[in-house]
Ligand binder design. Structure first.
Ligand SMILES: Cc1cc2nc3c(=O)[nH]c(=O)nc-3n(C[C@H](O)[C@H](O)[C@H](O)COP(=O)(O)OP(=O)(O)OC[C@H]3O[C@@H](n4cnc5c(N)ncnc54)[C@H](O)[C@@H]3O)c2cc1C
Length: 396
């Protein structure tokens, strides 16, 4: 933060002590709030582990979600439609603008919303999840994708690379997928791992682009640096440059550092991201270039908080705008990360993944939303539906 550095510690007692040290004089309500986070976040984590299936549209959803029912559910259930802001108010966690900014910044990263409109149950798990340990996948998401590829192949599946789907056409008994190459593939069941607007384009109908405030885009600075002589650093940092206007692009930056290994030990890669409104980049190219340069400058300033002499170490610098995500990940409008987790889109109220006959959506725009772990559960739910339709027993 502008005037302090706060280590977000995993151990609950150590974090309570650290909070007191970092925010001396913060009212006791904040201590109650962190206890609430531990209890409710822990319970939501347990519920997630049972792989529930929301919203409850079919008997199968009820059957799968019943596994989550335990007496402890009473800890989370009352907060289902509340906001984190309401919880803080009830517990008396207010009066410290700095502590509020810390909570808002953490929530913005994990849920896309700040306390005043963030869903309480999603906020609880979001704030607690970091303390279960932050991790990265060895080899990056490419390695994760290749593991999935191997798993699919080991079950007799086929994976095609560089095979974009251009259209989905409803046929008797299923669907025909028309690939960019013109090749046609028929399927009885389709799981489309795209945002709803992406599916709309495949079906030839107007795309349901998120409205302002429903989802975010990202601006990301990628750096390759010469790390010679640098002491090991914690890999994850969140740099808040402006506590008064956290949602402004560049005001809040996530800095992730991936040290090189072996022969590349002195070559580190760094990625720095900030939330942006995609509309900011839907301007003439000259203006978009200016905006890009401005955000690169701001995000570089955020890295300087962690590596003060980063400028002289830079070997490579690239940046990505919403247009980058639109082009390379096929996300219409360049919206990333899923819907902002406000009470109206959470759990029982989550958007349906059932997109049509024999057609399911998976990804961060369906339950449970936002992030890689959530995306995995959305995929499990779509796969369970598709397998049941095909008369097969889902393994989970
Ligand atoms: C900068 C940034 C940082 C993030 N940090 C984190 C983090 O630290 N932790 C975390 O959990 N989450 C993080 N996220 C969010 C996370 O990356 C996403 O929520 C997640 O990737 C969503 O997965 P998805 O499967 O819904 O969509 P995607 O990851 O977009 O995957 C969909 C895939 O389908 C492909 N595709 C699209 N259309 C077609 C088509 N017509 N034919 C063929 N293929 C197609 C795309 O190319 C893409 O590979 C971050 C996101 C961003 C942008």
């Amino acid at each position: 933060m502008p005037d302090r550095t706060v280590p977000y510690l995993a151990d609950h007692a150590a974090w309570a002590a650290e909070f007191e040290r970092s925010f001396p004089g913060a009212p006791a309500g904040y201590r109650r709030f962190w206890r609430w986070v531990r209890l409710v976040g822990g319970e939501v984590y347990r519920i997630g582990g049972t792989l529930p299936s929301f919203p409850l549209e079919r008997p199968a959803d009820v059957r799968r979600s019943l596994r989550a029912v335990r007496p402890q559910l009473a800890l989370a259930a009352p907060w289902l439609f509340a906001t984190v802001g309401r919880v803080k108010q009830l517990l008396g966690a207010r009066g410290s603008a700095e502590a509020d900014a810390l909570i808002d910044a953490l929530l913005l990263d994990a849920t896309g919303a700040t306390a005043s409109d963030c869903s309480a149950v999603q906020g609880g798990i979001a704030l607690d999840l970091y303390r279960r340990g932050c991790q990265w996948v060895d080899g990056g998401t490419g390695a994760l994708a290749m593991r999935l590829v191997r798993a699919i192949r080991s079950f007799g599946g086929e994976v095609r690379f560089a095979a974009g789907v251009a259209r989905l056409v409803r046929e008797r008994g299923g669907w025909t997928l028309v690939l960019d190459s013109g090749e046609r593939v028929t399927a009885r069941a389709v799981v489309a791992n795209v945002p709803p607007a992406g599916l709309d384009l495949l079906l030839g109908r107007p795309p349901r682009i998120p409205k302002p405030g429903e989802a975010w885009g990202a601006f990301v600075l990628h750096l390759g640096i010469d790390a010679s002589g640098l002491a090991p650093l914690h890999p994850f940092h969140q740099v808040v440059a402006d506590t008064a206007d956290l949602e402004r692009a560049g005001a809040n930056a996530l800095v992730s550092i991936y040290p090189g290994r072996g022969a590349r030990a002195h070559r580190w890669s760094i990625s720095v991201s900030t939330h942006v409104q995609p509309a900011e980049f839907a301007v003439p190219p000259g203006q978009a270039c200016g905006r890009r340069a401005e955000l690169e400058r701001q995000l570089l300033a955020a890295v300087r908080r962690v590596i003060p002499d980063v400028d002289r170490r830079i070997l490579l610098l690239r940046s990505a705008t919403p247009a980058t995500y639109q082009r390379f990940t096929g996300r219409p409008g360049g919206f990333v990360g899923g819907l902002r987790q406000v009470p109206s889109v959470v759990a029982l109220r989550a958007p349906s993944r059932r997109a049509g006959p024999q057609l399911w959506l998976a990804g961060d725009h369906t339950f449970p939303g936002q992030g890689t772990v959530g995306t995995a559960l959305s995929g499990i739910n779509a796969a369970r539906d598709a397998l049941e339709f095909l008369g097969k027993e889902p393994p989970l």
